[in-house]
Design a protein around this ligand. Structure first.
Ligand code: B1M
Length: 211
């Protein structure tokens, strides 16, 4: 029986070795990677968020927890990506300019890989011009943007404007996500899609490219 609670608790404590051990045990027991993610790792990270908000955790604790999350994700990443199929389509993903949060973006990237997309991970703090460049050079079918701060959400609009200005807006579908982002905001800035979480991001990307 997989110890999801142990995974979440070890993540909250920032004990990356224990997270790795428990995630590996769950994998060895045949538990699916999505279940490990959604029942263990993500709930743990959610608690970290609540504690951060309540000033019970400060940046160092959050970073240590994020490192533990990453350790767990490294084990399940190949399993999520293990479809072996030809890429359904290509998706370039990045966290918008000014924003350094990458855990959610990495989750979305992994789930996309798992669903058969070829993923170009552009990292964090991505300039609108970089999105334009990647469209010209790598010709992705979809651009996915992540923002975790209300102050960096406007960079999504700036990016879509930059695609327009560079004449490449029609060559890609754009989708956005991240905790403060909403469908209304997507409509407002002219993004083609919005997804509230990694699993629905995959469904939305598939819908946008018709696979
Ligand atoms: Co920051 N942070 N942080 N932080 N941080 C938040 C986001 C915050 C809500 C905390 C709080 O105050 N309660 C708050 C934002 C407030 C706001 O603007 N509304 C905040 C703040 C204020 C800050 C700083 C400004 C703090 C400071 O320095 N004073 C600073 C900003 C730095 C910067 O970016 N310029 C900062 C820094 C940091 C750390 C570096 C310490 C660390 C990031 C480490 C890292 O990412 N490598 C950090 C963390 C970890 C958090 C919290 C605790 C957790 C975020 C997270 O990883 N969640 C967060 C509080 C919280 O969320 N409860 C907080 C787990 C992750 C799986 O969820 O990212 O939402 P999420 O992703 C989901 C969905 O949103 C969606 O799918 C994912 C999986 O289901 N999704 C997409 C995400 N991207 C998508 C893209 C898509 C589709 C779906 O494409 C289409």
């Amino acid at each position: 029986m997989a110890d999801f609670q142990g995974i979440a608790e070890s993540l909250i404590k920032g004990n990356r070795n224990r997270v790795s051990e428990l995630v590996q045990e769950a994998v060895d027991e045949g538990v699916g990677p999505s279940e490990i993610l959604n029942e263990g790792l993500v709930p743990g990270m959610n608690v970290v968020g609540v504690k951060f908000k309540a000033n019970e955790f400060y940046v160092p604790e959050v970073l240590i927890a994020a490192r533990a999350m990453k350790a767990g994700m490294e084990i399940i990443k190949p399993l999520l990506a293990e479809t072996g199929a030809e890429p359904a389509a290509t998706l370039a993903i990045g966290t918008c300019k000014g924003d350094l949060h990458d855990i959610g973006k990495n989750l979305v990237a992994m789930m996309m890989e798992g669903a058969g997309f070829e993923v170009i991970d552009m990292g964090i703090d991505v300039d609108p011009e970089k999105f334009v460049e990647v469209i010209k050079e790598r010709k992705p079918d979809v651009i996915a943007m992540s923002a975790l701060l209300t102050t960096t959400m406007p960079a999504m609009k700036t990016t879509i404007d930059a695609l327009e200005a560079a004449g490449v807006r029609d060559q890609v579908k754009t989708m956005i996500g991240g905790a403060p982002v909403t469908q209304n905001y997507a409509d407002e800035i002219g993004a083609d899609g919005y997804a509230p979480d990694a699993a629905s991001a995959v469904d939305k990307a598939k819908e946008l490219v018709g696979v």
